[in-house]
Design a protein around this ligand. Structure first.
Ligand code: GLU
Length: 314
């Protein structure tokens, strides 16, 4: 088995990412699998210098390691590869130039938005013959959208079970390159998972609907379809995905507040039934305890107010 850790160095690792990464790492190590490190740094305006190091330091501090490559695969360094594949899709009639802004798409969408956002109505399909023409006519830099074929996409997630999505009805044609020329997440991740031989994708279940779109891209490009395991997200007491509004749950902040790595790993492991509450344990010592059968689909609720007292205790 070969999986990957794919941090987005757009901000510090928080408890939610840390839990997913710990479980991904344990799942791979317990099965004798390999781990690829990939840095998802395509969102360049938000990727500040030093953020990659911070993210990797946090992972190392948690006791997590990876097998290759060295240096890690950085998406920001792979623009030519993504461009080549996107151009191939355009040449095959499977992608097209689009000048619609997010706002226009939102306004055009009549149906309420699902988890994938508003559905793209196909406004720019067969509209422009070249990027130069699109810019001349509209004064805008075009993005590229993938032509989503009609029909449902089904797959069986190793944790969430059988899944069925209808990307044509739910998201419509989706971006594979942004107007600023950067590859979009769906395309980059599909190319990189194939390039690094990933056969099991483990990540947060917010990306479950993305899997259907990624499968469509894999089919269009003749790439293998890796198995998936989507872990439940960590949410705050309000049921919303853990974020800044819930307080400071960054791994680095907890570290500076005096938590030891073993205390934090123990705390994270306890949320997955791998440690008892208050236990201090190193990630490496969890490998033999790890059992994929312990993974559940239940959301993990974290009350940041409870984190305070634990901090003082450490
Ligand atoms: N970089 C993404 C994240 O941190 C993960 C993307 C993926 O696993 O496909 O959420």
């Amino acid at each position: 088995m070969r999986t990957r850790l794919a941090p987005s160095p757009t901000g510090a690792l928080h408890l939610g990412n840390a839990r997913s990464f710990l479980l991904t790492w344990l799942h791979a190590r317990a099965a004798g699998g390999e781990i690829v490190l990939r840095v998802d740094d395509l969102d360049s305006p938000r990727v500040k210098s030093g953020k990659e190091r911070e993210a990797l330091d946090d992972l190392r501090w948690l006791g997590l390691d990876w097998d290759e490559p060295e240096p890690p695969l950085r998406q920001s360094e792979r623009a030519e590869i993504y461009d080549g594949v996107a151009d191939r899709l355009v040449a095959a009639g499977q992608a097209y130039l689009c000048v619609c802004t997010r706002r226009e798409v939102e306004e055009a969408a009549s149906a309420p938005h699902g988890p994938t956002g508003p559905k793209y109505p196909g406004t720019c399909r067969e509209r422009f013959a070249s990027a130069a023409e699109a810019t001349e006519e509209t004064g805008r830099q075009p993005s590229l959208r993938f032509v989503v074929p009609p029909g449902t996409v089904t797959f069986t997630d190793q944790l969430q079970g059988p899944q069925s999505f209808d990307p044509a009805a739910e998201s419509g044609d989706f971006p594979i390159r942004k107007a600023n020329g950067t590859a979009a997440y769906q395309l980059a991740t599909v190319i990189d998972d194939a390039a690094t031989g990933i056969d099991l994708v483990i990540r947060g279940d917010d990306l479950l609907p993305s899997t259907a779109r990624q499968i469509l891209l894999q089919r269009a490009l003749g790439l293998p379809e890796p198995a998936t395991l989507h872990l439940p997200l960590v949410v705050g007491p309000d049921g919303r995905r853990l974020a800044k509004r819930h307080g400071d749950t960054r791994v680095s902040a907890l570290r500076h507040a005096g938590w030891t790595s073993e205390a934090l790993v123990g705390w994270l492991a306890a949320t997955a039934g791998l440690a008892i509450e208050g236990e201090r344990v190193a990630a490496a010592d969890l490998i033999r305890r790890y059992d994929p059968a312990l993974l559940t689909r239940d959301q993990v609720v974290v009350d940041p107010d409870q984190i305070g007292p634990i901090t003082e205790d450490v």
